[in-house]
Design a protein around this ligand. Structure first.
Ligand code: ZN
Ligand code: ZN
Length: 345
């Protein structure tokens, strides 16, 4: 089968590989029907994910059809349409039992697919701990609707869940309107705060938010603090979700927060950030730091099935797997209004 394979820093190629096989009783084999390219794939290619193993198939956001399951798999059967979770987790360790699946202490746990083991930019993928890693897609939900369940929507849903948003009262600031920022926005909207402000530097992406979510207030980094202060009741945002991941946006996150706010860090930074504690003394902020606990996939799919959550506008481009290199170049370039690319094996 064809598999887009990481070959070491800066290099990847569409190679012929044998189809994966079940390796243990808790594995499932999934025929990929739709996949995507994620910013984390670019991070691997750029060498900023040291644990990524050269030779693995890239891709960790996908949906497909179960082809085969190991003897211990109980929640899915061959023929089921499934969303694949970005995280591998055992379901039984201390962290899993508390819902902190991102910190699963199993040796296989964490972000494995498309990083440490073969992922889904291929025709087939083996999913370990399939009872945890696969979620059945409800009838009536298309592959495109379900595509972002296991990664982007899981991240947005987790972020909005831990951000402690009070319905009807809060002003929520979301910094960054890339794919993860928009999914965070969609999930924050489900919590019905009084107002949501989105800060984004790219005019194209600001336009995307304006066009699709006219109820949201949009601002740019230059005007963010002023906009937030003028629109919030208590001198700043009640909840801040930082999804952009730069030094400037990290600072903006705590500066725009009102005293006693919760600042949720969704973004992944490529260098340490400074907490200038003397400057923020007395603000009594709570910081929550990143690493999605992707254990809400069933609820996400239910919300999609109910018509309450729709991330399909993010799919701005589609490519066949055979042209995935072209898709990567487009995705990396941010050209042509690209937000997310769906890859069809
Ligand atoms: Zn991702
Ligand atoms: Zn675990």
């Amino acid at each position: 089968m064809k598999a887009y394979t990481y070959l070491g820093q800066g290099k990847a190629a569409l190679l012929d590989k044998p189809e994966p096989q079940l390796q243990g009783p808790r594995d499932a084999l999934v025929r990929v029907t739709l996949g995507s390219i994620c910013t984390s794939d670019l991070h691997i290619l750029h060498g900023s994910v040291p644990r990524a193993v050269p030779g693995i198939t890239l891709g960790h956001e996908m949906v497909g059809v179960v082809e085969a399951v190991g003897s211990a798999v109980g929640s899915v059967r061959p023929g089921d349409r499934v969303a694949v979770n970005v995280e591998t987790f055992c379901g039984s360790c201390f962290f899993c039992r508390h819902g902190y699946v991102n910190n699963c202490s199993d040796p296989l746990g964490g972000w494995a697919l498309g990083c440490r083991i073969d992922g889904g930019q291929a025709e087939y993928v083996r999913v370990p701990y399939a009872d945890q890693g696969l979620t059945r897609i409800p009838d009536g939900v298309s592959d495109s609707q379900a595509l972002f369940t296991g990664d982007l929507l899981a991240t947005g849903f987790w972020a909005a869940r831990i951000a402690e948003i009070t319905p009807g009262e809060d002003t929520v600031l979301i910094i960054g309107a890339g794919p993860t920022g928009i999914c965070t926005l969609l999930c924050a909207m489900l919590r019905r705060p009084r107002r949501i402000i989105v800060c984004e530097k790219s005019p194209e992406r600001r336009h995307f938010v304006l066009e699709h979510y006219p109820e949201v207030t949009i601002t740019d980094p230059e005007h963010c603090l002023q906009t937030v202060r003028s629109l919030s009741t208590h001198g700043g945002a009640d909840a801040v979700l930082e999804v952009a991941g730069t030094e400037e946006t990290f600072r903006m996150a705590w500066e725009c927060a009102r005293p006693n706010a919760v600042v949720t860090i969704v973004a992944m930074y490529d260098r340490p950030q400074v907490l200038p504690l003397p400057d923020m003394y007395g603000k009594n902020l709570t910081f929550k730091t990143g690493g999605v606990d992707g254990c809400d996939c069933a609820e996400i799919l239910r919300l999609i099935a109910d018509g309450r959550l729709d991330a399909t506008p993010l799919i701005t481009h589609r490519f066949p797997l055979s042209r995935i290199e072209e898709a990567y170049s487009l995705f990396a370039s941010h050209a042509d209004g690209v937000i997310k690319i769906a890859v069809e094996p």
